[in-house]
Design a protein around this ligand. Structure first.
Ligand code: MD3
Ligand code: FE
Length: 203
């Protein structure tokens, strides 16, 4: 069912369960053309989460900052096109949450291995905060940390399982959030990994 989290934020439990096998095949295809890599933060730290992208733009980070780029710096080519299955799923989830005209131009693909985590942050490198972000979880389970509008607001913890989809619009769009350190395990589809897709309207 639909579970409201905050103003404009919902988790759709199991919304993508029928599609996880196809989504995983699409991720492997994307990664064969734009490989997963551990990027460097502006502060000089190596991200424990490995990332790649598909769509018109990809999110990247290096010593010069966080930003979106149309060219993958690892291949000097465009990012792989967004699969139609990705776009259809993201639009169907956004519709359910009350955002009927969602046209994402980027899908950031995160890959977590045991020990990887994502510290509390805001997603604010996009030009248009009126558009939601749609996220899809695949593979090993994780604990999602959902804070408030300020970094020091207490974060609530939510389990995220394979096939769960979340839509972050309205006030929740700029809330601080992160992912706790991934525990070890073996998923029947993805083996030792958790993947997360985030669909974004970049500009
Ligand atoms: C709440 N990814 O890629 S998805 C990210 O599981 C990111 O890999 C996490 O945060 C992951 O930036 C969390 C859930 C999520 C995504 C975007 C949000 C929650 C959000 C944007 C605003 C508020
Ligand atoms: Fe985020």
């Amino acid at each position: 069912g639909i579970m409201p989290l905050a103003e404009g934020g919902v988790i759709l439990r199991g919304f993508a369960l029928d599609e996880v096998t196809g989504l995983f095949a699409d991720i492997l295809d994307i990664a064969s053309r734009s490989p997963f890599r551990h990027m460097t933060t502006p502060g000089g730290y190596r991200m424990s989460v490995a990332i790649t992208n598909c769509g018109d733009y990809g999110w990247i980070t290096d010593r010069r900052g966080y930003r979106y780029e149309a060219i993958d710096p690892a291949t000097s080519k465009s990012w792989p096109a967004m699969p139609s299955s990705f776009l259809a799923l993201a639009q169907r989830a956004a519709d359910m949450a009350g955002f009927p005209d969602f046209w994402p131009t980027c899908c950031l693909v995160n890959r977590y291995e045991p020990g990887a985590k994502l510290s509390l942050h805001q997603d604010k490198d996009e030009a248009d905060f009126a558009a939601p972000i749609v996220s899809v979880s695949l593979g090993l389970p994780a604990t999602f940390l959902f804070g408030g509008a300020r970094r020091n607001d207490k974060a609530r913890r939510f389990p995220l399982n394979s096939g769960d989809v979340a839509v972050w619009g309205g006030a929740s769009r700029l809330h601080f959030h992160g992912v706790d350190t991934l525990a070890g395990g073996t998923d029947s589809l993805t083996g030792p990994y958790r993947f997360n897709l985030t669909f974004r309207k970049v500009r």
